[in-house]
Design a protein around this ligand. Structure first.
Ligand SMILES: Cc1cc2nc3c(=O)[nH]c(=O)nc-3n(C[C@H](O)[C@H](O)[C@H](O)COP(=O)(O)OP(=O)(O)OC[C@H]3O[C@@H](n4cnc5c(N)ncnc54)[C@H](O)[C@@H]3O)c2cc1C
Length: 325
């Protein structure tokens, strides 16, 4: 069959959450993923309370109630509103796929790249597939977003996966060298993910890499046998609903520019798009709340991008106000 009610490009967090919310409905769905695996994504795997009602099972995740924050030479411990969960993206991808695997209305094509978008069809693996709705959930370099002619706004992340058990979540800001960026350590079940997030308009990748290596050396974390991996994160939101074409997750530019956190936006948008497809009158309430928060969080960035040193003061003030020194 080459005609579907919904075609979803990509099988990342946004796509699989969208499909899960369309499963066991009368709506025929085709997911087209270029990779052979699910969740094969360079990512820290930290999921905050922003993911809302989405519950990642304890069997594949770890849960943390606080983080250490390093602001130059000062350290703080800040409690999270709700626990931060960490999950390996491959395991999360497999889990999300398992959720939909028994749904008769969901078809998944892996190892097949979408190479062209047309008004009512996509070309993938040399075949043409027709849709009523197209969901572009194909990440930061989305072909669907390009088809719609939308500009992107990229930030970057570089990470090492280190084979070492670790028990602290760590955040470090270094406005002098990283400007508005930051460093992180997210412990996983058997490994840890350590990385740096930065705006490449303000910081060169070589500098970000050097800051990350210095940080890990200071922390006595041996990263030398790990491979440095990187990826870009599209934070430029320009809308999600374009006639019968919808954008989700990074393809929609939903990650928060302040932190690069994008899993929450991916899950929420996937879920909301599914509801909108099933009920065109649906008001996407959860999405609107997320977008409001994104705008609010990103507002101070313009000031920090001009005066990065204010980040030190802002973080210290924040930590003192929370009295978790
Ligand atoms: C280094 C780094 C660290 C990060 N750490 C965190 C973190 O700790 N917490 C957090 O919340 N966010 C983090 N993010 C951001 C997070 O990874 C993304 O926001 C999230 O993965 C977006 O999910 P998505 O489903 O929109 O896209 P993706 O997860 O990127 O999935 C897109 C899928 O589409 C497929 N695809 C792409 N093009 C095509 C095509 N033409 N045809 C078919 N398939 C295609 C891809 O193979 C992929 O499987 C990080 C990002 C980076 C780069």
């Amino acid at each position: 069959m080459k005609e579907y009610d919904v075609i979803i490009t990509g099988a990342g967090s946004a796509a699989l959450e969208c499909a899960a919310n369309l499963s066991n409905s009368g709506i025929s769905v085709l997911i087209v993923e270029k990779d052979n695996e699910f969740g094969n994504k360079v990512c820290g795997g930290g999921v905050t309370y922003l993911a809302g009602g989405y519950d990642i099972p304890d069997t594949i995740s770890r849960s943390f109630s606080s983080t250490k924050v390093f602001v130059n030479r000062k350290n703080y411990v800040i409690d999270f509103k709700k626990p931060l969960k960490t999950v390996l993206r491959r395991e999360f991808g497999d889990y999300q796929h398992k959720v939909i695997s028994k749904s008769r209305n969901i078809n998944v094509l892996t190892g097949t790249e979408v190479t062209e978008i047309k008004r009512n069809s996509v070309i993938a693996g040399g075949c043409e597939y027709f849709f009523k709705y197209l969901v572009g959930a194909d990440g930061s370099d989305s072909i669907v977003r390009k088809y719609l002619g939308l500009r992107s706004d990229f930030c970057y992340g570089l990470t090492y996966t280190v084979r070492q058990r670790y028990d602290d979540v760590i955040w470090k800001v270094d406005p002098e060298r990283l400007k508005t960026g930051y460093l992180w350590v997210f412990p996983h079940v058997e490994t840890m993910n350590a990385g740096v997030y930065f705006n490449s308009k303000l910081v060169k990748p070589d500098v970000a890499k050097a800051v990350l290596n210095d940080f890990l050396t200071d922390m006595e974390i041996d990263y030398t046998s790990s491979e440095l991996k990187g990826g870009r994160i599209n934070c430029g939101y320009r809308g999600m609903f374009f006639g019968n074409i919808f954008l989700a997750g990074d393809a929609a530019g939903l990650p928060l520019k302040t932190t690069g956190e994008g899993i929450a936006g991916a899950l929420i948008s996937g879920r909301e798009i599914a509801k909108k497809i099933m009920d065109p009158e649906y008001k996407t309430i959860e999405m609107k709340q997320y977008l409001k928060l994104k705008r609010k969080r990103e507002l101070p960035l313009n000031i920090l991008e001009t005066f990065p040193f204010l980040q030190n003061t802002a973080f210290r003030l924040y930590a003192s106000l929370k009295k978790y020194k």
